[in-house]
Design a binder for this molecule. Structure first.
Ligand SMILES: [Zn+2]
Ligand SMILES: [Zn+2]
Length: 169
């Protein structure tokens, strides 16, 4: 998603507006895959008022991700604010580490949008607050079935002790 900055770079108080869709299918991050069920809508503007360029906007869409406990697919809507400072690599203003860098008079904000989606949405998602998850022993989905595994959780240290006692008999 490339935005032409030539106008804002040239004129003080200039502003470029954008309203576009990013057609990204999925993003993988920290072992999770976020699948986007429709193009991601990105709207906003870039403007300059004295200092560096400021990007403000909104990102919205629908994604699906696996439940952290039972792995079932969960749909999540997202809609959040974008706020970034853009600094040209040509400028010598290198103080702001958080700023997004760009070359020439264009910027591709695809990566900025994806990073912001991950910052806002990469958490442990659950299909419901009381999801029972999967049985750690047989893998059955405890939301839909009751498995025959022992629900009694044995502390591994006690287990060792129990074996020792059994051997003595
Ligand atoms: Zn679940
Ligand atoms: Zn089980």
């Amino acid at each position: 998603m490339i935005i032409d900055l030539s106008k804002v770079l040239k004129y003080e108080d200039a502003k470029v507006e954008f309203d576009s869709c990013l057609d990204i299918k999925e993003v993988s991050f920290a072992g999770d895959t976020y699948r986007f069920l429709e193009p991601i809508r990105v709207t906003g503007s870039i403007h300059k008022s004295g200092g560096p360029l400021q990007l403000t906007g909104r990102v919205s869409g629908v994604m699906s991700v696996n439940c952290y406990r039972c792995m079932k697919e969960v749909q999540k809507d997202f809609n959040f604010q974008l706020d970034e400072i853009l600094v040209s690599n040509d400028s010598h203003d290198t103080e702001d580490d958080e700023a997004i860098r760009f070359n020439g008079d264009k910027i591709d904000i695809t990566e900025v949008v994806i990073n912001n989606i991950l910052i806002n949405m990469s958490m442990k998602h659950l299909c419901s607050v009381d999801c029972k998850g999967l049985c750690p022993q047989c893998g059955a989905d405890l939301n839909v079935t009751e498995c025959k595994c022992s629900t009694e959780v044995i502390d591994p240290r006690l287990e060792v002790l129990k074996k020792l006692l059994n051997n003595k008999e």
